[in-house]
Design a protein around this ligand. Structure first.
Ligand code: PHE
Length: 472
């Protein structure tokens, strides 16, 4: 197999920024706190971090290696390794469509909050007379509003991807990401001084292992599979996203270092988001297990009833603006995966500038797939549609198919291909290309790809299928 030359990132820093931008998003700020809240707090956090250590780093390295070696997105890359692997690439693209469709609905919800806090800066009684919970539930059952915001979010994503990501978004993220960090620290400090807030930290950092026991209504396997799904989602792994980004990497970059930095940065942001949401939940007497509404409702409390007045509105607006930017840097990477198939095809046929029409068509398909998610109000009563697949809301359903099944299966097959198909040599060769020293930890990666990742993935897929009632 020949290595390919094509467009590449301006610098490794540019790549890292984009990759961290892809990883850090609604998964960290919205998903992580609510999943932790539903799955026993600290007991979830421990498993989550452990999984990153034994699976996340390896799968990240695997994707970067395959991407850089083949220079293509998932379908092209797997095809290049061997025709018989192509199906795995297609699975990645399907995940991309499913995730981007519900991601756009959520991104739209963030925009609604951003606009609302903006308006409330000038109209002080905007939130008066309505509780945080009813503000949220009134909005999510308003099907048209949900669709319009989802459309807006997807439109912005599409425009950025069509214009090429390097100019605007790279510069933008350079300022936005550090700003998000600073604002998170500021809000953590504010929230921690509220009464009862310390209970939130205890919930997060003092694990109650009783949730693992069979007698609890959660149980070890639910915690494990939720943490695993969350890890894939949050690190943008298991569906070819990091492969696609890795395909633009130059040969002299240190892949191992990148594969460590991205998960570490991502976990720090997730933990910070937890430290904003959990103490707020306890300070304002909310339920940690409330589910997908948690971020919206708990922070509404902080900004409207905690900080109050213009300051609260202003900080609230800034916060949702930065969450919106973090979401956009993720959604563009999702759209990149969806269109990588077309780009790879163009490359194969030596067409360097393809038409933009397929990109628009893809965004329209994503919008259509997202419609049930926008219309069922996250499964709330009174929403426009009430049909729920397998008893899940459409959001949960798409989420479980992608992060519960397709992503772990993608990671499983990839590690089998790397570990057993290529005897992990593909990692060794590609990593050494960019290293001065011979790979010291090779045995470590060998064991990861051959044994640890596959076994963990099989357990997780099994637990997920059992949850769907497909396996007894
Ligand atoms: N990692 C992103 C987040 O946490 C979501 C994402 C998943 C992006 C898969 C790309 C691929 O929000």
């Amino acid at each position: 197999m020949e290595d390919v030359k094509k467009d590449s990132w301006g610098s490794n820093f540019g790549f890292l920024l984009a990759a961290v931008g892809s990883a850090v998003g609604l998964g960290n700020i919205w998903g992580f706190p609510y999943k932790m809240g539903r799955n026993g707090g600290g007991a979830f956090l421990i498993i989550y971090l452990f999984l990153i250590l034994i699976v996340g780093f390896a799968v990240m390295l695997g994707e970067l290696v395959i991407g850089r070696k083949t220079g293509m997105g998932p379908v092209g890359a797997y095809k290049k390794l061997s025709k018989k692997y192509a199906a795995i690439g297609y699975m990645g693209i399907i995940s991309g469509f499913l995730i981007l469709s519900f991601y756009s609905v959520l991104g739209g919800m963030v925009m609604k909050y951003m606009f609302s806090f903006f308006i409330s800066m000038f109209s002080q009684d905007y939130f008066v007379g309505i509780t945080s919970a009813s503000f949220f539930s009134n909005f999510i059952i308003n099907g048209w509003e949900m669709i319009v915001y989802c459309f807006l979010f997807l439109l912005i994503t599409t425009i950025i991807v069509m214009r090429g990501i390097s100019k605007g978004i790279e510069k933008f993220t350079k300022i936005a990401m550090p700003a998000l960090g600073v604002l998170l620290v500021a809000i953590i400090l504010f929230v921690l001084f509220q009464e009862n807030a310390i209970e939130g930290l205890k919930f997060m950092f003092k694990p109650a292992f009783s949730v693992y026991s069979a007698s609890s209504d959660i149980g070890f396997f639910t915690v494990l599979k939720t943490a695993a799904g969350q890890m894939f989602f949050s690190l943008s792994l298991g569906m070819g996203c990091m492969m696609t980004y890795g395909s633009f990497l130059k040969k002299d970059t240190n892949l191992e270092k990148n594969a460590l930095i991205i998960p570490i940065a991502d976990s720090i942001v997730a933990i910070m988001a937890g430290m904003v949401v959990m103490p707020a939940v306890f300070a304002y007497h909310l339920e940690p297990s409330a589910g997908p509404s948690l971020l919206f409702v708990s922070l509404h409390e902080v900004f409207v009833n905690g900080m109050t007045g213009f300051t609260g509105s202003f900080i609230g607006f800034m916060f949702y603006l930065l969450v919106f930017i973090a979401a956009i840097t993720s959604s563009i990477s999702l759209l990149e995966v969806c269109i990588s198939y077309i780009n790879d095809k163009n490359e194969e046929n030596h067409k360097h500038k393809g038409s933009k029409i397929p990109q628009i068509v893809i965004s329209i398909i994503v919008l259509v797939i997202g419609i049930p998610v926008a219309l069922d109000g996250l499964g709330s009563p009174g929403a426009t549609i009430s049909f729920q697949p397998f008893g899940y809301s459409w959001l949960d359903f798409y989420d479980l198919i992608s992060e519960g099944i397709l992503m772990p299966v993608g990671a499983l097959v990839m590690s089998l291909i790397i570990g057993w198909g290529f005897k992990t040599k593909i990692i060794k060769e590609e990593v050494e290309d960019g290293q001065l020293f011979k790979l010291k930890g090779f045995i470590f990666w060998d064991i990861c790809f051959k044994i640890i990742v596959p076994i963990t993935m099989i357990i997780i897929i099994f637990a997920q299928l059992q949850d769907f009632g497909i396996i007894k």
